[in-house]
Design a protein around this ligand. Structure first.
Ligand SMILES: [Zn+2]
Length: 172
């Protein structure tokens, strides 16, 4: 295979991570030990106690951004969104349902801060359920004036993927 050279900067970007995301929604990191003990967290779902016996429900989904360079595919932000109790009940009831991809999209709020200005939490979105075993995809509100929305709609270059990688590496 010949070396791939970036059309933007002329360098060869290699070994880039194409999926980034935290293992819990932002409210989980802010919750007290008691709230976490009263809540629930696994790789795909999260529940936190709210006020007056209410609960907050979160699921993990993928914001998929097409990469415009040939043969590269998709860059993914793995983020958490909050759902209403009714939507969460539907998610749980249909978790193993082979036909669950036919569920209507669900209104959701992004609850993960990504490295964008302005903040990505909260951002209005819709959760699209896919086949069992496949993480749902997240459609951002297409009319929101936000750089992440523009990227989801228009795609990004590998050069931008390299920038994101460098930025997240520096944060750690
Ligand atoms: Zn480049």
């Amino acid at each position: 295979m010949t070396a791939w050279t970036c059309a933007t900067c002329g360098e060869a970007h290699s070994g880039l991570t194409m999926v980034f995301g935290p293992t819990a929604p932002d409210p989980w990191w802010l919750a007290t030990d008691a709230e976490q003990a009263d809540g629930e967290l696994n790789a795909d779902m999260c529940v936190l106690p709210g006020i007056d016996g209410t609960r907050h429900y979160f699921v993990r989904g993928h914001i998929e951004i097409p990469v415009l360079d040939d043969g590269v595919g998709t860059f993914v932000w793995s983020v958490w969104v909050s759902l209403s109790q009714a939507s969460m009940s539907k998610q749980v009831a249909h978790w193993d349902d082979p036909a669950r991809a036919r569920l209507e999209p669900m209104f959701a709020w992004v609850c993960t801060r990504l490295p964008y200005e302005p903040t990505t939490s909260p951002m209005a979105a819709r959760l699209h359920t896919r086949e069992p075993g496949v993480v749902p995809w997240i459609e951002l509100h297409p009319e929101l004036d936000h750089p992440l929305v523009t990227e989801q709609l228009s795609g990004i270059t590998m050069h931008r993927v390299a920038e994101i990688n460098a930025e997240l590496r520096d944060r750690r």
